[in-house]
Structures are given as structure tokens and as C-alpha cells.
Write a protein that binds this ligand. Structure first.
Ligand code: KG4
Ligand code: ZN
Length: 345
């Protein structure tokens, strides 16, 4: 079966075609990063309007790239939530209307389930069950995954998400938007090292005995540190960025390893935008290797929002439902939607 995937939950319009026999055939993305950069964050109304402009040309592009026509599509999977309501409405109404006109089923996908399953798009995917570290702009969660829709929350952030902490800290250091990649790049310029850091930031909840995270104190510690060193020169900014990245990646690595130990599982998957961070990958690779565990990531471009993960999650659900998606073509969006509410298909 051929599934068209539609992602429009935030500031990226993503389209993809996934074939249940042949795998991913094509995908296309338009990122609004440049448009929002001058405001220092996503402006929801601008995001919705831009999704409207992009969704049709991107659909045409994925069809052309895969040498397919609209009539070849068997089902349409789209992100129903969580996300910005206006942005979600664009993808949702587009997907449901197109499916209605083609009289094919739709599958409403949870954005985080898309992220969670994205590593399975790669070669030699891990088998269920596994532990998932989901680290995006809005979430920092550890989950036990026993199958599609079988997610048990093991740990969560008590305040900011990891990506949000990167973004806010980058802003406070005067770095660009989005903050994660900008901060990671600046940190590379630091002369600090593990044995010789110029600054030392706290590792909140490192020894809390549970699998929860807290990042807002870290951001405050960065603020205090940078206030002490005003005006910040490039070297100091790099050294603070370096230590911040160390602190966040230490915490994510330590808690992921604890989650593997507590569940007795030996497979970890990492997804979401922060999963693109190379320091995090370096630390997780080393830690899992030491414990004879395996860690899997999506390719870099599928760490952040994309249509391929939505098409794939939709395909997995459709397969589990033996090809029967929704065919009533009514729709609503779910800007707030807890992953724990998801059911086995
Ligand atoms: O998964 P995603 O694209 O969107 C959400 O669903 O939130 O994640 C975006 C987040 C942003 O906070 C961004 O700063 C962060 O992922 N991010 C990174 C890196 N690339 C993206 N954080 C740290 N290092 C990176 N290389
Ligand atoms: Zn996302």
C-alpha cells in the first residue's frame, strides 16, 4: 500500500510517500526557520499561512519524485496533534479533503509517535521492546515501547524540554534561532575539555533516583554565569555553551542508561530534534557500548520534523488495522494530546 504522509504541526511542512513493501519512496520538506528567525521563535499565524502555501507544491513534488500520481495513493496519514492548532488545521484539512476526493482512508497520527518510530525507517531497525529517549523542542521523555501504541512513560521533564532549554540558553547567549544547532556549533569553538572545563554548571536531578529531568535551573545558572562575565566575548560564550551542552548530554545519557538498567532492556532508540546533537550521540554510543547495549537514531534529517516519520507511523498503524483507516472525513485537531492516551491499533 502507498501512504502519503503530511506533517504541519509547527514550523516545517513535510510530505512523504511510504510504500509498505518498498519502504520510503520520496519525501520533501519546507522549513520556515528563516521566516521565524527575525522574531526569535515561531509565530503561529505566520506558520499556518506558510503551510497553506507549501502543502500542494510539496505534494506534487513527492509524487513526481516517486513517479506516482494521486490515484496511486491508498491512504493518507497526517499529524493530528500535538502542535499549533492553526498549523495542524492546514495539514489535517488538506489530508481529509484529498482523501475524501480520492475516497481513500485516513490515519490520524500523533506527532510524537512519528518521532518515536522514525529510527525504524533506517536499515536493521531494532525490534520491540526498546527504551526510547524522545528529546524535542516540546518533550524530554523516556519511554518503554512494547509495540505500536504500547508506550509506558518512564520519566519526563519537570519543567523545560531539552530542546527548549537549548533554545532559551542560546537566546540568552545571543546565539541564533533555532538555538540547539546554533549553540552546538559555538560550543565546538571552546577549548574546554572533559578533564579541564573552564566553567562548571550543575547536573540537576542527576542522582534523584528516578528517570525525570529538570532543565530550567540549568538555564538560570547560565544566566547567572553570563551576567558575571559581561560583556561576553566569543571565547567565554563558547565555553559556557560547551559546559551547558555537557550538562544536558550528561543528564540525558545517565538517565537513558538507568532506564535500560531498570527495564532490563538492551535496545535504546533516540528521536526528536535534540537527537541530532553530536555530543549526545557520542556519549550515548560510548555508554551503550560499555554496557553491551545497542543504540539507534534516525538519520539526521529525520530527527527534526518531517513527513517521512508520519507516513511511516501511519503505515504501521494501517498495517496493524489490516488496511482499514478512517473513512468519515470529518476532522478536528488535537493541539494537546498525551502520548499515553494512544491505544494499540
Ligand atoms: O523534534 P523537533 O524538530 O520539533 C519538535 O517537535 O519540538 O525539535 C526541535 C528542537 C529545537 O528545540 C532545536 O533547538 C533542537 O530540537 N535541536 C537541537 C539540535 N538540532 C535541533 N538541539 C541540540 N543540538 C542539535 N544539533
Ligand atoms: Zn517534532
Amino acid at each position: 500500500m502507498l501512504i502519503l504522509g503530511v506533517e504541519s504541526s509547527c514550523d516545517e511542512t513535510g510530505l512523504a510517500l511510504y510504500d509498505t513493501e518498498l519502504g520510503l519512496l520520496s519525501h520533501a520538506l519546507h522549513s520556515q526557520v528563516e521566516m521565524h528567525a527575525e522574531y526569535g521563535g515561531v509565530v503561529p499565524e505566520l506558520a499556518s499561512r506558510d503551510h497553506i502555501r507549501r502543502v500542494l507544491p510539496l505534494t506534487e513534488r513527492v509524487l513526481k519524485d516517486a513517479n506516482k500520481t494521486l490515484q496511486d495513493i491508498d491512504a493518507i496519514a497526517y499529524t493530528q496533534g500535538p502542535g499549533l492548532s492553526g498549523a495542524l488545521l492546514v495539514g489535517t484539512s488538506f489530508a481529509e479533503s484529498l482523501a475524501f476526493s480520492l475516497q481513500i482512508p485516513t490515519i490520524n497520527v500523533h506527532h510524537l509517535e512519528g518521532h518515536l518510530l522514525a529510527p525504524l525507517l533506517e536499515d536493521n531497525p531494532p525490534a520491540f521492546p526498546f527504551v526510547a529517549l524522545l528529546v524535542s523542542g516540546g518533550h524530554s521523555q523516556l519511554m518503554r515501547v512494547d509495540g505500536i501504541g504500547e508506550y509506558t512513560l518512564l520519566g519526563d521533564t519537570l519543567d523545560d524540554a531539552a530542546g527548549e532549554a537549548f533554545d532559551k540558553t542560546a537566546k540568552l547567549l545571543g546565539l541564533g534561532y533555532p538555538g540547539g544547532p546554533a549553540l552546538a556549533k559555538v560550543a565546538e569553538q571552546s577549548k574546554s575539555s572533559g578533564t579541564n572545563p573552564r566553567f562548571k554548571l550543575p547536573r540537576p536531578l542527576l542522582n534523584s533516583g528516578d528517570l525525570n529531568f529538570s532543565f530550567s535551573g540549568l538555564k538560570t545558572a547560565v544566566l547567572t554565569l553570563s551576567n558575571k562575565h559581561q560583556p561576553l566575548d566569543d571565547a567565554t560564550t563558547a565555553d559556557i555553551a560547551w559546559e551547558f551542552q555537557e550538562a544536558v548530554t550528561d543528564l540525558l545519557t545517565a538517565k537513558s542508561m538507568s532506564a535500560l538498567r531498570e527495564t532490563g532492556l538492551d535496545n535504546l532508540i533516540v528521536s526528536g530534534g535534540v537527537g541530532a546533537n553530536s555530543k549526545l550521540r557520542e556519549k550515548l554510543n560510548a555508554a551503550t557500548k560499555r554496557k553491551l547495549c545497542k543504540v539507534s537514531y534516525p538519520r539526521l534529517e529525520f530527527c527534526t520534523d518531517n513527513g517521512a516519520m508520519i507516513a511511516f507511523a501511519g503505515a504501521m498503524r494501517l498495517k496493524a488495522m489490516h488496511g482499514s483507516g478512517n473513512k468519515n472525513y470529518s476532522f478536528s485537531v488535537r493541539p494537546r494530546w498525551d502520548l499515553a492516551e494512544l491505544q494499540k491499533p
